[in-house]
Design a protein around this ligand. Structure first.
Ligand SMILES: NC(=O)c1ccc[n+]([C@@H]2O[C@H](COP(=O)([O-])OP(=O)(O)OC[C@H]3O[C@@H](n4cnc5c(N)ncnc54)[C@H](O)[C@@H]3O)[C@@H](O)[C@H]2O)c1
Length: 99
């Protein structure tokens, strides 16, 4: 608990928000403005596409069958794969960095 409190005070705690809708998106923005690293998740491909269009990189922090990692690799300029989620992705491997 103390470790978490310290990470929050230092703005190092990563905030994950599931659902980038009316609640999640402004919430993500508010956390970002406060200095926290934020990861947003959504199952709506159109929303993910719109939100990642202006990004420099996508950080993958989960490996779950509900996500289309081939699609993410195809559309992201750079993918930082912390969960080996893109291991089966064939196209665009030069854009994937394992972390
Ligand atoms: N909008 C409000 O005023 C309000 C107030 C109180 C509580 N809530 C609650 O907050 C939650 C979100 O509400 P909202 O208004 O932002 O809804 P919203 O429809 O605007 O956004 C929800 C988002 O979650 C995504 N989503 C759905 N299932 C998902 C999953 N399994 N994984 C990842 N993403 C997923 C959808 O694609 C959508 O983009 C709801 O549970 C709602 O009841 C909303």
């Amino acid at each position: 608990m103390q470790t978490l409190m310290r990470r929050i005070q230092q703005r190092k705690a990563v905030v994950g928000i599931i659902g980038m809708g009316y609640v999640g998106l402004p919430l993500a923005h508010t956390f970002r403005e406060s200095g926290f690293p934020v990861l947003g998740f959504d199952i709506d491909p159109a929303k993910v596409k719109a939100l990642t269009a202006g990004l420099d990189a996508v950080l993958i922090s989960t490996n779950h069958s509900s996500y289309d990692y081939a699609w993410i690799v195809q559309h992201a300029p750079l993918v930082i794969d912390a969960r080996n989620a893109c291991v089966a992705v064939k196209e665009g491997r030069d854009k994937v960095v394992k972390a």
